[in-house]
Design a protein around this ligand. Structure first.
Ligand SMILES: [Zn+2]
Length: 227
């Protein structure tokens, strides 16, 4: 059986992680994790976003299904705003496997800057716990949240990063679940807009676009229905 991917977004539950350029690590890691799930479908499982997986210790408690490979997502930060680049952290006692190799090449290709793209560590709790619990695990620092170019690139390429991560784990990219929503008619959506389900102004415009709808078409239907 092909392996499933279990994604942990770092920090959370009151710990926002690193902060930089107006962004918070816990939020950005969750945004990427959700994209991985959206494009990976049933092959991807997500750790509970409301929890801090480091503190709740889902790895040490062996709460992750055994048929999963595990990826924990973080964003780096540094006082040196020029520091940039992504890398993968594995247990120093292990050799990099095919997933680690693919992932490190991918992230260094998108976010170059690190001299070492795979680092062996034993001083990180989840890295150690994963080894003790027998999980196939790696932690990826996607890029530097403290570097303006890195975080800008991360934000504008989040779909591509998610898809490339899936490819590293041999998981096929599925069409986003957006497609299901698009099958709703413009009139149905317009009625939802009138019922207040899509917010107002810029928020409405952004939400509709994100869900794959033609904002102008929906808005003109709204106007028509309200006449
Ligand atoms: Zn972190």
């Amino acid at each position: 059986m092909e392996k499933r991917l279990f994604v942990i977004a770092g920090h959370g539950a009151g710990d926002c992680g690193a902060v930089g350029n107006g962004y918070e690590e816990a939020e950005r890691a969750r945004a990427l994790a959700q994209k991985i799930k959206d494009f990976g479908g049933a092959k991807v499982l997500l750790a509970d976003f409301s929890k801090n997986s480091y503190r709740s210790n889902i790895i040490g408690k062996r709460e992750i299904p055994k048929d999963c490979v595990v990826l924990e997502l973080h964003l780096d930060s540094s006082k040196n705003e020029k520091a940039r680049g992504g890398h993968v952290i594995i247990n120093a006692n292990f050799k990099a496997d095919k997933y680690d190799t693919a992932l490190s090449k991918m992230i260094a290709d998108m976010f170059p800057g690190r001299s070492k793209i795979i680092s062996g560590r034993t001083d990180i709790a989840n890295v150690r716990r994963a080894a003790e619990s027998g999980y196939n695990y790696r932690l990826m620092e996607c890029c530097f949240i403290s570097n303006a170019e890195d975080i800008k690139k991360f934000n504008s390429n989040i779909d591509a990063i998610a898809k490339r991560i899936l490819a590293c784990f041999d998981i096929n990219v599925q069409e986003s679940p957006k497609k299901d929503n698009v099958s709703k008619s413009i009139e149905e959506i317009a009625r939802e807009v009138i019922a207040g389900k899509w917010g107002n102004g810029a928020t409405r415009k952004q939400k509709l676009a994100a869900a794959g709808y033609d904002y102008k078409a929906v808005q003109s239907m709204v106007n028509k229905l309200l006449k």
